[in-house]
Design a protein around this ligand. Sequence first.
Ligand code: C5P
Length: 222
Amino acid sequence: AEGTVVAIDGPSGSGKSSTARGVASARGLWYLDTGAMYRAMTWWMQHHRIDVDDAAAVAEAAGRPDITMGTDPADPTVRVDGRDVAREIRTREVTAQVSAVSAVPAVRNRLVAEQREVIARGRRRAGGIVVEGRDITTVVAPDAAVKIYLTASAAARADRRSGELGGDVGAVQADLVRRDRIDSSREDSPLTQTADALELETTGLGLDDVVAIVLELVDRAG
Ligand code: C5P
């Protein structure tokens, strides 16, 4: 068997990570958080004092960090040059600059190639993989068996994020909306909803409900 690829896109705080991990755990599939790869790249740039608003400098450095992703949905590790950065990549500093770094084509070309390699291995070794991000259904894995676009209202997304990370809901919402605007309007692989991805609007739904809906699609596809 070829193995099932489940592609999940959506804006920040739409519940992609929790949903993807829940689905992968339930079916013994690998899990790949592509946003964590862009965050790891951003963390490395900051750590090396590269001005992330200088796209040429970011492009030139994009090949330097070694980024290694764990694929266990119960423990998705992120390593940069051997260092565990799972916590550092969630800081406000990284979150504030990740959209600038991820708009640089050299960054995307490199990370998309690595994402496709992980997907190919996951298909062979685990029977499938759940991949979440902004351009998975459109660019990274347009031939995925299951393609989902997760959404929720900005207020619901901000509620969830501030519940997870703390912080003022209004400020969290302003940051989400700002990031979504950059991610959706960039030239290279913008966040877009395509007709062949199933839209799942999750405002008011619990995680278990959303996971159950996706599992039904996965089982039907497999
Ligand atoms: O999903 P998460 O919020 O961790 O993603 C962080 C950022 O990484 C996004 O705001 C976006 O700029 C970038 N990203 C991307 N393409 C992906 C996944 C994330 O550009 N496939």
